[in-house]
Design a protein around this ligand. Structure first.
Ligand SMILES: Cc1ncc(COP(=O)(O)O)c(C=O)c1O
Length: 364
């Protein structure tokens, strides 16, 4: 797949953008995923023309034929990444090339065309540039949501011959309502997220649709997120609904479930493994059984656990609840390793810590 195709984006700025005053009001307490910017980037793909018709235009509802394949067979994939304002006032993205590549992997798995990396990055850059005023201050950021779906009106079951790629942006603050507090997770013993040979390792909408009932159950039990076990044995810890998971032990070592094909290869996960190993920590990518998690939490061998992903960055896990009761990790408030890893990662993203791996891509 070519990675260097470029297109000229036709610019049609929004005729009635939100005024600076209204925007300032919206950005005071953005929450997560409910405040949207003025524009979106779009690119079309058809079987005969390939990628074409790149635009930056007003964000507005899109018209879809009721027979559009996505509405029936769910051919849809997406990504999530953030644009940050850094200490020096510049705007930057964190490892967006990795999102572009994962988007290609998702497309391949869902029998969709692979968007060249250059076009993915171009679309994201152009949108951030035109909507830069929407990046909130303090520790807020602009959450970018590239996605693609089958737009061909056709009811036969086969890969669509037409797709629409869109990037929208949302001004965001903290992902969890409690901010930096340790989260409580619900252990789903009934529902699983992904099975071997399925789509767990890619970011398709269907994975999330299948997780929502478990997530609703988590909320009903007063939890912030759901943690899934493997589909075959209901024994091995996989990941949370939208985050990977790490464990920190009394000898300073860390463990995270391996990329077995049923969990998402998180970019935050990969970054944390790299940073922790460079500090001399042992990080094992190994299976971890739920019974072991309980036993290690009880014995004190397990000192900390945390969830990680673009949206919430790093969040300490304080407590696990399940049908069989609940248990706490450490004092239930999170610990120093989790805090240090979070500080380092955020420091690199914001420009306060040296970016030894060239992960930060400045815009403009
Ligand atoms: C199911 C799932 N696991 C893990 C992650 C973390 O991935 P990343 O660190 O690339 O955001 C996400 C978020 O994208 C996710 O949806």
């Amino acid at each position: 797949m070519s990675t260097d195709q470029t297109l000229t984006f036709m610019r049609h700025p929004a005729p009635n953008p939100v005024t600076a005053d209204v925007r300032a009001g919206l950005l005071r307490d953005p929450g997560f995923g409910r405040i949207f910017t003025d524009h979106m980037a779009t690119i079309r793909w058809t079987q005969d023309r390939g990628w074409h018709d790149a635009q930056i235009r007003a964000r507005e509802p899109i018209t879809l034929d009721p027979a559009a394949a996505v509405l029936h067979y769910g051919q849809e994939i997406f990504e999530g990444l953030k644009a940050y304002t850094r200490g020096d006032g510049s705007i930057a993205l964190f490892r967006p090339d990795q999102n572009a590549r994962r988007f290609q992997a998702s497309a391949a798995r869902m029998a969709m065309p692979e968007l060249p990396e250059s076009l993915f990055l171009q679309a994201v850059d152009e949108l951030v540039k035109i909507d830069a005023a929407w990046i909130p201050g303090d520790d807020g950021s602009l959450y970018l949501r590239p996605f693609m779906f089958a737009s061909e009106p056709f009811l036969g079951v086969r890969p669509s011959y037409e797709y629409l790629f869109i990037v929208i942006a949302s001004s965001v603050g903290s992902y969890f309502k409690g901010g930096a507090k340790a989260v409580t997770v619900w252990l789903s013993d009934r529902y699983t997220r992904a099975a071997e040979g399925g789509t767990g390792a890619v970011k398709c909408g269907g994975n999330y649709a299948a997780s929502l009932l478990a997530q609703a159950e988590a909320i009903k039990h007063g939890c912030d997120q759901v943690v899934f076990l493997d589909a075959a044995q209901h024994r091995w810890v996989e990941e949370l609904g939208g985050m990977n998971v790490f464990f920190v032990f009394d000898d300073g070592s860390m463990l995270t479930p391996p990329l077995s094909g049923t969990i998402l290869p998180g970019i935050t996960r990969d970054s944390i493994i790299t940073l922790a190993r460079r500090e001399g920590r042992t990080v094992r990518e190994e299976r971890y059984a739920i019974d072991q998690w309980r036993a290690d939490a009880a014995s004190g061998k397990l000192r900390e656990a945390f969830a990680c992903g673009t949206a919430a960055v790093v969040s300490a896990i304080g407590k696990i609840k399940s049908a069989e009761g609940e248990f706490k990790i450490g004092d239930g408030e999170g610990g120093p390793v989790t805090a240090a890893i979070k500080a380092k990662l955020v420091g690199i993203q914001r420009g306060d810590v040296a970016d030894a791996d060239g992960w930060v891509r400045k815009i403009g």
